[in-house]
Write a protein that binds this ligand. Structure first.
Ligand code: PLP
Length: 410
Protein backbone atom coordinates (compact mmCIF):
# COMPACT_ATOMS: atom_id res chain seq x y z
CA UNK A 1 0.00 0.00 0.00
CA UNK A 2 1.57 3.30 -1.09
CA UNK A 3 1.30 5.96 1.57
CA UNK A 4 2.41 9.57 1.86
CA UNK A 5 3.76 8.96 5.36
CA UNK A 6 7.56 9.03 5.67
CA UNK A 7 8.36 6.76 8.63
CA UNK A 8 11.23 7.40 11.03
CA UNK A 9 14.18 4.96 11.08
CA UNK A 10 12.96 3.06 8.03
CA UNK A 11 13.92 1.82 4.58
CA UNK A 12 10.91 3.41 2.92
CA UNK A 13 11.35 1.30 -0.21
CA UNK A 14 10.92 -1.83 1.88
CA UNK A 15 8.03 -0.34 3.88
CA UNK A 16 6.29 0.67 0.65
CA UNK A 17 6.82 -2.81 -0.82
CA UNK A 18 5.53 -4.70 2.24
CA UNK A 19 3.01 -2.09 3.41
CA UNK A 20 2.94 -0.43 6.82
CA UNK A 21 1.89 -2.31 9.95
CA UNK A 22 -1.01 -0.14 10.99
CA UNK A 23 -2.13 0.06 14.61
CA UNK A 24 -5.69 1.27 15.03
CA UNK A 25 -6.51 0.72 18.70
CA UNK A 26 -4.87 0.22 22.08
CA UNK A 27 -6.24 -1.12 25.34
CA UNK A 28 -4.12 -1.67 28.44
CA UNK A 29 -1.18 -3.87 27.41
CA UNK A 30 -2.60 -4.70 23.98
CA UNK A 31 -2.75 -3.07 20.56
CA UNK A 32 -4.85 -4.00 17.53
CA UNK A 33 -4.15 -3.78 13.79
CA UNK A 34 -6.50 -2.63 11.05
CA UNK A 35 -7.85 -6.20 10.67
CA UNK A 36 -8.67 -6.40 14.38
CA UNK A 37 -5.78 -8.75 15.23
CA UNK A 38 -4.60 -8.42 18.85
CA UNK A 39 -0.96 -8.05 19.91
CA UNK A 40 0.71 -7.88 23.30
CA UNK A 41 2.53 -4.56 23.30
CA UNK A 42 5.99 -5.68 24.39
CA UNK A 43 7.53 -2.22 24.16
CA UNK A 44 4.90 0.19 25.54
CA UNK A 45 4.99 1.95 22.16
CA UNK A 46 8.50 3.38 22.08
CA UNK A 47 9.08 2.95 25.84
CA UNK A 48 6.40 5.41 26.85
CA UNK A 49 2.93 3.97 27.52
CA UNK A 50 3.77 3.34 31.17
CA UNK A 51 0.14 3.50 32.35
CA UNK A 52 -1.11 1.39 29.42
CA UNK A 53 -3.24 2.27 26.42
CA UNK A 54 -6.78 3.63 26.42
CA UNK A 55 -6.76 5.78 29.55
CA UNK A 56 -9.78 7.99 28.97
CA UNK A 57 -8.91 9.84 32.19
CA UNK A 58 -5.88 11.35 30.43
CA UNK A 59 -7.84 12.08 27.25
CA UNK A 60 -10.58 13.80 29.31
CA UNK A 61 -8.05 15.90 31.22
CA UNK A 62 -6.50 17.05 27.94
CA UNK A 63 -9.91 17.82 26.39
CA UNK A 64 -10.91 19.86 29.45
CA UNK A 65 -7.66 21.83 29.34
CA UNK A 66 -7.82 22.44 25.57
CA UNK A 67 -11.32 23.84 25.85
CA UNK A 68 -10.24 26.11 28.73
CA UNK A 69 -7.05 27.48 27.17
CA UNK A 70 -5.18 25.18 24.79
CA UNK A 71 -1.86 26.97 25.13
CA UNK A 72 -0.39 30.44 25.21
CA UNK A 73 3.31 31.00 25.88
CA UNK A 74 5.90 30.46 28.54
CA UNK A 75 8.41 32.96 27.22
CA UNK A 76 9.23 36.02 29.31
CA UNK A 77 6.84 36.32 32.24
CA UNK A 78 4.01 34.35 30.62
CA UNK A 79 3.03 30.97 32.00
CA UNK A 80 -0.06 28.82 32.36
CA UNK A 81 -1.45 27.64 35.68
CA UNK A 82 -1.36 23.99 34.67
CA UNK A 83 2.28 24.23 33.53
CA UNK A 84 3.36 25.84 36.81
CA UNK A 85 1.45 23.19 38.77
CA UNK A 86 3.20 20.41 36.81
CA UNK A 87 6.63 21.99 37.34
CA UNK A 88 6.00 22.06 41.12
CA UNK A 89 4.87 18.45 41.13
CA UNK A 90 7.84 17.32 39.06
CA UNK A 91 10.36 19.31 41.11
CA UNK A 92 9.09 17.45 44.20
CA UNK A 93 9.88 14.13 42.52
CA UNK A 94 13.32 15.26 41.28
CA UNK A 95 16.21 13.57 43.08
CA UNK A 96 17.88 16.91 43.89
CA UNK A 97 15.63 19.11 46.08
CA UNK A 98 14.96 22.60 44.78
CA UNK A 99 15.45 21.61 41.11
CA UNK A 100 14.05 23.80 38.32
CA UNK A 101 12.17 22.39 35.34
CA UNK A 102 12.21 23.56 31.73
CA UNK A 103 9.63 21.78 29.59
CA UNK A 104 10.30 20.72 26.01
CA UNK A 105 8.43 18.93 23.24
CA UNK A 106 10.27 15.60 23.60
CA UNK A 107 13.48 13.81 24.48
CA UNK A 108 15.63 15.24 21.69
CA UNK A 109 14.64 18.76 22.74
CA UNK A 110 15.51 17.92 26.34
CA UNK A 111 19.00 16.76 25.31
CA UNK A 112 19.67 19.86 23.18
CA UNK A 113 18.49 22.00 26.08
CA UNK A 114 20.90 20.26 28.47
CA UNK A 115 23.85 20.54 26.05
CA UNK A 116 23.22 24.25 25.59
CA UNK A 117 22.68 24.82 29.30
CA UNK A 118 25.90 22.98 30.16
CA UNK A 119 27.90 25.33 27.95
CA UNK A 120 26.00 28.46 29.06
CA UNK A 121 26.45 27.49 32.70
CA UNK A 122 30.23 27.45 32.30
CA UNK A 123 30.12 30.79 30.47
CA UNK A 124 28.29 32.20 33.50
CA UNK A 125 31.05 30.74 35.69
CA UNK A 126 33.65 32.63 33.63
CA UNK A 127 34.95 29.39 32.09
CA UNK A 128 33.81 29.53 28.43
CA UNK A 129 36.56 27.13 27.36
CA UNK A 130 34.63 24.29 29.02
CA UNK A 131 32.75 23.35 25.83
CA UNK A 132 33.26 19.67 25.06
CA UNK A 133 30.35 17.32 25.73
CA UNK A 134 31.11 13.65 26.27
CA UNK A 135 28.87 10.68 25.49
CA UNK A 136 29.34 6.90 25.44
CA UNK A 137 29.58 4.18 22.83
CA UNK A 138 26.17 2.54 22.19
CA UNK A 139 24.42 5.63 23.62
CA UNK A 140 21.32 7.22 22.09
CA UNK A 141 20.45 10.82 22.84
CA UNK A 142 17.80 11.66 20.26
CA UNK A 143 18.05 12.92 16.74
CA UNK A 144 18.72 16.66 16.94
CA UNK A 145 22.21 17.93 16.13
CA UNK A 146 23.80 17.80 19.58
CA UNK A 147 22.14 14.50 20.49
CA UNK A 148 23.12 12.85 17.21
CA UNK A 149 26.73 13.95 17.67
CA UNK A 150 26.87 13.04 21.35
CA UNK A 151 25.49 9.54 20.86
CA UNK A 152 27.56 6.44 20.20
CA UNK A 153 25.64 4.56 17.52
CA UNK A 154 27.91 5.03 14.50
CA UNK A 155 25.37 4.46 11.66
CA UNK A 156 23.11 7.17 13.10
CA UNK A 157 25.93 9.69 12.66
CA UNK A 158 26.93 8.81 9.11
CA UNK A 159 26.09 11.02 6.13
CA UNK A 160 26.23 14.44 7.73
CA UNK A 161 29.87 15.32 7.11
CA UNK A 162 32.93 14.70 9.23
CA UNK A 163 31.88 16.73 12.25
CA UNK A 164 28.18 17.29 12.69
CA UNK A 165 28.64 19.16 15.96
CA UNK A 166 32.22 19.97 16.98
CA UNK A 167 33.50 19.55 20.54
CA UNK A 168 31.95 16.16 21.20
CA UNK A 169 33.80 13.07 22.43
CA UNK A 170 32.87 9.44 23.02
CA UNK A 171 34.09 7.07 25.75
CA UNK A 172 33.48 3.35 26.33
CA UNK A 173 29.97 2.74 27.62
CA UNK A 174 30.98 0.27 30.32
CA UNK A 175 34.33 1.43 31.67
CA UNK A 176 34.67 4.42 34.00
CA UNK A 177 38.42 4.44 33.34
CA UNK A 178 37.70 5.37 29.75
CA UNK A 179 36.06 8.60 30.95
CA UNK A 180 38.89 9.26 33.37
CA UNK A 181 41.44 8.67 30.59
CA UNK A 182 39.69 11.16 28.30
CA UNK A 183 39.56 13.78 31.05
CA UNK A 184 43.27 13.33 31.72
CA UNK A 185 44.05 13.48 28.00
CA UNK A 186 42.04 16.54 26.92
CA UNK A 187 41.76 18.25 30.27
CA UNK A 188 38.74 18.87 32.49
CA UNK A 189 39.19 22.58 31.74
CA UNK A 190 37.83 21.88 28.25
CA UNK A 191 34.92 19.62 29.21
CA UNK A 192 31.44 20.93 29.94
CA UNK A 193 29.50 17.77 30.65
CA UNK A 194 29.25 14.00 30.51
CA UNK A 195 25.94 12.46 29.37
CA UNK A 196 24.87 8.96 30.38
CA UNK A 197 21.72 6.90 30.03
CA UNK A 198 21.49 4.90 33.29
CA UNK A 199 20.33 1.96 31.15
CA UNK A 200 21.33 2.22 27.49
CA UNK A 201 18.00 1.90 25.70
CA UNK A 202 17.80 2.34 21.94
CA UNK A 203 21.44 1.20 21.64
CA UNK A 204 20.26 -2.30 22.57
CA UNK A 205 19.28 -2.33 26.28
CA UNK A 206 22.62 -2.57 28.09
CA UNK A 207 22.54 -2.52 31.88
CA UNK A 208 25.25 -0.55 33.67
CA UNK A 209 28.04 -2.72 35.12
CA UNK A 210 27.93 -2.88 38.94
CA UNK A 211 29.20 0.35 40.46
CA UNK A 212 29.71 2.02 37.04
CA UNK A 213 27.19 4.83 37.50
CA UNK A 214 28.47 5.83 40.93
CA UNK A 215 32.04 5.73 39.67
CA UNK A 216 31.45 8.02 36.67
CA UNK A 217 29.39 10.31 38.90
CA UNK A 218 32.35 10.62 41.28
CA UNK A 219 34.81 11.21 38.43
CA UNK A 220 32.64 14.06 37.13
CA UNK A 221 32.32 15.57 40.61
CA UNK A 222 36.06 15.33 41.23
CA UNK A 223 36.90 17.02 37.91
CA UNK A 224 34.21 19.70 37.77
CA UNK A 225 32.48 18.10 34.79
CA UNK A 226 28.69 18.33 34.80
CA UNK A 227 26.91 14.99 35.03
CA UNK A 228 23.75 14.71 32.94
CA UNK A 229 21.51 11.66 33.37
CA UNK A 230 19.53 11.04 30.18
CA UNK A 231 16.46 9.45 31.71
CA UNK A 232 14.20 9.63 28.67
CA UNK A 233 13.76 5.85 29.00
CA UNK A 234 14.51 5.20 32.69
CA UNK A 235 12.49 8.10 34.13
CA UNK A 236 9.00 8.10 35.59
CA UNK A 237 9.23 4.68 37.19
CA UNK A 238 10.75 2.46 34.52
CA UNK A 239 13.97 2.05 36.52
CA UNK A 240 12.04 0.06 39.14
CA UNK A 241 12.59 -0.07 42.93
CA UNK A 242 9.64 2.29 43.31
CA UNK A 243 11.83 5.20 42.19
CA UNK A 244 10.78 7.96 39.81
CA UNK A 245 14.29 8.25 38.38
CA UNK A 246 17.38 6.04 38.07
CA UNK A 247 19.25 9.01 39.54
CA UNK A 248 17.27 8.39 42.73
CA UNK A 249 17.82 4.63 42.67
CA UNK A 250 21.59 5.04 42.24
CA UNK A 251 21.89 8.21 44.33
CA UNK A 252 23.52 10.11 41.46
CA UNK A 253 22.43 13.67 42.33
CA UNK A 254 22.86 14.68 38.67
CA UNK A 255 23.45 18.26 37.63
CA UNK A 256 20.74 17.79 35.02
CA UNK A 257 18.19 15.17 34.02
CA UNK A 258 16.76 14.92 30.52
CA UNK A 259 13.38 13.24 30.24
CA UNK A 260 10.25 12.77 28.09
CA UNK A 261 8.19 9.64 27.19
CA UNK A 262 6.83 8.42 30.55
CA UNK A 263 6.20 12.01 31.65
CA UNK A 264 2.87 11.84 29.79
CA UNK A 265 2.95 8.09 29.09
CA UNK A 266 3.18 9.30 25.50
CA UNK A 267 -0.44 10.45 25.36
CA UNK A 268 0.76 13.89 24.24
CA UNK A 269 4.34 14.79 23.27
CA UNK A 270 6.27 16.42 26.12
CA UNK A 271 9.74 16.41 27.63
CA UNK A 272 11.47 18.06 30.56
CA UNK A 273 14.99 19.14 31.44
CA UNK A 274 15.43 19.18 35.20
CA UNK A 275 18.32 21.28 36.53
CA UNK A 276 19.78 21.03 40.03
CA UNK A 277 19.56 24.33 41.96
CA UNK A 278 23.24 25.26 41.58
CA UNK A 279 22.92 24.93 37.77
CA UNK A 280 19.78 27.10 37.67
CA UNK A 281 21.05 29.66 40.18
CA UNK A 282 23.04 31.94 37.80
CA UNK A 283 19.96 32.21 35.59
CA UNK A 284 17.57 32.93 38.46
CA UNK A 285 19.81 35.44 40.28
CA UNK A 286 18.72 38.36 38.06
CA UNK A 287 20.32 40.10 35.12
CA UNK A 288 20.86 37.01 32.93
CA UNK A 289 18.67 36.08 29.98
CA UNK A 290 18.88 32.58 28.64
CA UNK A 291 17.76 32.91 25.03
CA UNK A 292 16.34 29.41 24.76
CA UNK A 293 12.85 27.91 24.85
CA UNK A 294 10.26 26.12 22.74
CA UNK A 295 6.84 27.35 21.63
CA UNK A 296 5.26 24.14 22.85
CA UNK A 297 7.51 23.56 25.86
CA UNK A 298 5.06 23.14 28.74
CA UNK A 299 2.10 23.02 26.36
CA UNK A 300 -1.08 23.20 28.42
CA UNK A 301 -2.61 20.07 26.92
CA UNK A 302 0.59 18.11 27.51
CA UNK A 303 0.85 19.44 31.06
CA UNK A 304 -2.72 18.32 31.74
CA UNK A 305 -1.86 14.89 30.33
CA UNK A 306 1.22 14.66 32.58
CA UNK A 307 -0.82 15.65 35.66
CA UNK A 308 -3.43 12.96 34.90
CA UNK A 309 -0.62 10.47 34.18
CA UNK A 310 0.97 11.21 37.57
CA UNK A 311 -2.46 10.80 39.24
CA UNK A 312 -2.77 7.31 37.74
CA UNK A 313 0.82 6.31 38.54
CA UNK A 314 0.33 7.34 42.16
CA UNK A 315 -3.22 6.07 42.69
CA UNK A 316 -2.50 2.63 41.22
CA UNK A 317 0.99 2.35 42.73
CA UNK A 318 2.39 1.74 39.25
CA UNK A 319 5.94 2.47 40.38
CA UNK A 320 5.50 -0.54 42.66
CA UNK A 321 4.24 -2.51 39.66
CA UNK A 322 7.31 -1.50 37.65
CA UNK A 323 9.43 -2.84 40.53
CA UNK A 324 7.49 -6.12 40.36
CA UNK A 325 8.08 -6.27 36.60
CA UNK A 326 11.84 -6.16 37.17
CA UNK A 327 11.63 -9.59 38.83
CA UNK A 328 8.85 -10.96 36.61
CA UNK A 329 10.69 -10.12 33.39
CA UNK A 330 13.96 -11.61 34.64
CA UNK A 331 12.24 -14.83 35.76
CA UNK A 332 10.27 -15.28 32.55
CA UNK A 333 12.86 -14.18 29.99
CA UNK A 334 16.22 -15.36 31.41
CA UNK A 335 15.57 -19.00 30.32
CA UNK A 336 15.32 -17.84 26.69
CA UNK A 337 19.12 -17.52 26.75
CA UNK A 338 19.22 -21.33 26.27
CA UNK A 339 17.66 -21.09 22.81
CA UNK A 340 20.03 -21.46 19.85
CA UNK A 341 18.74 -18.27 18.28
CA UNK A 342 19.57 -16.26 21.42
CA UNK A 343 23.07 -15.29 22.56
CA UNK A 344 22.14 -13.40 25.72
CA UNK A 345 19.20 -12.04 27.70
CA UNK A 346 19.87 -8.72 29.39
CA UNK A 347 17.44 -8.36 32.27
CA UNK A 348 17.13 -7.78 36.01
CA UNK A 349 17.22 -4.00 36.29
CA UNK A 350 14.04 -2.00 35.87
CA UNK A 351 11.06 -2.84 33.68
CA UNK A 352 13.25 -3.54 30.66
CA UNK A 353 14.75 -6.63 29.06
CA UNK A 354 16.52 -7.41 25.80
CA UNK A 355 16.59 -10.76 24.05
CA UNK A 356 19.82 -10.60 22.09
CA UNK A 357 19.70 -12.58 18.86
CA UNK A 358 22.79 -14.66 18.10
CA UNK A 359 22.55 -13.47 14.51
CA UNK A 360 21.45 -9.82 14.42
CA UNK A 361 20.70 -10.16 10.70
CA UNK A 362 17.70 -12.34 11.60
CA UNK A 363 16.08 -9.50 13.58
CA UNK A 364 13.61 -8.28 10.93
CA UNK A 365 12.38 -11.85 10.31
CA UNK A 366 12.12 -12.49 14.07
CA UNK A 367 10.06 -9.36 14.55
CA UNK A 368 7.64 -10.67 11.90
CA UNK A 369 7.55 -14.13 13.52
CA UNK A 370 6.73 -12.49 16.82
CA UNK A 371 3.87 -10.62 15.17
CA UNK A 372 2.53 -13.98 13.96
CA UNK A 373 2.60 -15.03 17.63
CA UNK A 374 0.63 -11.92 18.61
CA UNK A 375 3.51 -9.79 19.88
CA UNK A 376 4.37 -6.25 18.78
CA UNK A 377 8.07 -5.54 19.39
CA UNK A 378 11.10 -4.26 17.53
CA UNK A 379 14.86 -4.77 17.41
CA UNK A 380 17.07 -2.19 19.12
CA UNK A 381 20.85 -1.90 18.76
CA UNK A 382 22.31 -4.94 16.98
CA UNK A 383 19.47 -7.47 17.01
CA UNK A 384 18.24 -6.93 20.56
CA UNK A 385 14.52 -7.65 20.78
CA UNK A 386 13.02 -5.04 23.09
CA UNK A 387 10.80 -5.88 26.05
CA UNK A 388 9.63 -2.86 28.04
CA UNK A 389 5.92 -3.29 28.72
CA UNK A 390 3.43 -0.97 30.35
CA UNK A 391 3.58 -1.17 34.13
CA UNK A 392 0.06 -2.63 34.14
CA UNK A 393 1.28 -5.87 32.54
CA UNK A 394 0.52 -8.60 35.10
CA UNK A 395 2.75 -11.55 35.98
CA UNK A 396 0.64 -14.00 33.93
CA UNK A 397 0.82 -11.76 30.91
CA UNK A 398 4.62 -11.48 31.26
CA UNK A 399 4.77 -15.30 31.26
CA UNK A 400 2.53 -15.38 28.19
CA UNK A 401 4.74 -12.81 26.45
CA UNK A 402 7.86 -14.85 27.20
CA UNK A 403 6.26 -18.07 25.94
CA UNK A 404 5.28 -16.31 22.69
CA UNK A 405 8.90 -15.14 22.35
CA UNK A 406 10.07 -18.71 22.93
CA UNK A 407 7.65 -20.03 20.30
CA UNK A 408 8.80 -17.49 17.71
CA UNK A 409 12.50 -18.01 18.45
CA UNK A 410 12.46 -21.81 18.56
N1 PLP B 1 17.37 10.20 24.87
C1 PLP B 1 17.11 8.89 25.06
C2 PLP B 1 17.87 8.14 26.10
C3 PLP B 1 16.13 8.26 24.29
O1 PLP B 1 15.89 6.94 24.46
C4 PLP B 1 15.41 9.00 23.34
C5 PLP B 1 14.39 8.36 22.50
O2 PLP B 1 14.22 7.17 22.48
C6 PLP B 1 15.72 10.36 23.18
C7 PLP B 1 16.71 10.93 23.97
C8 PLP B 1 15.00 11.19 22.17
O3 PLP B 1 13.66 11.35 22.51
P1 PLP B 1 12.58 11.79 21.39
O4 PLP B 1 12.49 10.67 20.42
O5 PLP B 1 11.32 12.00 22.21
O6 PLP B 1 13.05 13.05 20.79
Amino acid sequence: MASSLWHGFADMGAVTASGPFVITKGEGTKVYDADGNEYLDATAGLWFTNVGHGRTEIADAVAKQLSTVAHFSNFGDYASDVTIALAERLAEKAPVPGSKVMFTSGGSDSVETAVKLARRYWVEQGRPEKKIVVGRSKAYHGMHVAGTSLAGIAPNKEGYGETFMPDTETVDWDDAKSLLGLIERIGADNIAAFFAEPIIGAGGVYLPPDGYLREVREICRDHDVLFVADEVVTGYGRIGAGEWFASGRFDLAPDMITSAKGLTSGYVPMGAMIAAPHIAEPFFAGGVWWRHGYTYGGHNGAAAAAMANFDILERENLLGEAARLEGDLAKAFAPLADLDAVSEVRTGLGAVTAVQLADPATAPAMVLKLREQGVATRAAGQGALQVSPAFVMGTDEVDELASRFAAALS
